[in-house]
Design a protein around this ligand. Structure first.
Ligand code: ZN
Length: 78
C-alpha cells in the first residue's frame, strides 16, 4: 500500500502587494443591508479623478479600486 503525500500550498493573501488587477469592493455608500460578503476596513475616500466620495472595503494598504462614478482606478492608502 502506497502512501500519497499531497503538498498543500497555502496561497498567501495579497497583503501588502500592490496588484492593480485585484480590485476591491467599491461603492457610493455603505450598503443598507448587511448582505455584503466583502470584508476589510470600511473607509470613505475621495476619488482623485472625479472627487466623488466613495465607500470602500480596504483589505490592505494600497489596494486598487475602480470608481463606479467615473470608471477610473485609484489606489487607497491610509
Ligand atoms: Zn471617480
Amino acid at each position: 500500500m502506497h502512501k500519497k503525500t499531497i503538498e498543500v500550498i497555502m496561497g498567501d493573501k495579497a497583503e501588502g502587494k500592490l496588484d492593480p488587477s485585484k480590485k476591491g469592493v467599491e461603492m457610493a455608500g455603505p450598503p443598507k443591508e448587511q448582505e455584503v460578503t466583502a470584508h476589510g476596513q470600511q473607509v470613505y475616500v475621495t476619488c482623485p479623478h472625479c472627487n466623488s466620495v466613495r465607500f470602500v472595503y480596504l483589505e490592505y494598504e494600497g489596494e486598487w479600486f475602480t470608481c463606479a462614478n467615473c470608471g477610473s482606478s485609484y489606489s487607497v492608502t491610509i
